[in-house]
Design a protein around this ligand. Structure first.
Ligand code: FES
Length: 104
């Protein structure tokens, strides 16, 4: 299967006392489900895949998401952003500027 785009959502977990924090405690698991649902709803499961990833090393911007093949990094992604990312970027090929992590 040749995917057009691949979405990785960090769901890494750290103990609550860890100062770095983690995406898992910022509802990242919910984002993975929402991406999967939206991709299914749009009928693009053969072209686009969303899945969990380990720490993407940009924890301060979590929940963190990266989309390949472009290598576009998104930070502070919320449930409200998922449909827009799917429609504009994953289907339309237009990354969402306001969600991009500066300097990535
Ligand atoms: S814990 Fe998500 S980027 Fe590090």
């Amino acid at each position: 299967m040749k995917l057009k785009r691949h979405v990785f959502v960090c769901t890494h977990e750290r103990p609550p006392e860890n100062p770095k924090g983690c995406c898992k405690h910022k509802d990242a698991e919910q984002l993975v489900s929402l991406f999967k649902k939206e991709i299914a709803k749009k009928g693009i499961v053969s072209e686009v895949r969303a899945q969990k990833a380990g720490c993407l090393d940009i924890c301060e911007f979590g929940p963190s998401v990266v989309v390949y093949p472009e290598g576009v990094w998104y930070g502070h992604v919320t449930a409200a952003d998922v449909t827009e990312i799917v429609e504009s970027h994953l289907i339309g090929g237009n990354p969402i500027e306001r969600l991009k992590i500066p300097g990535k």
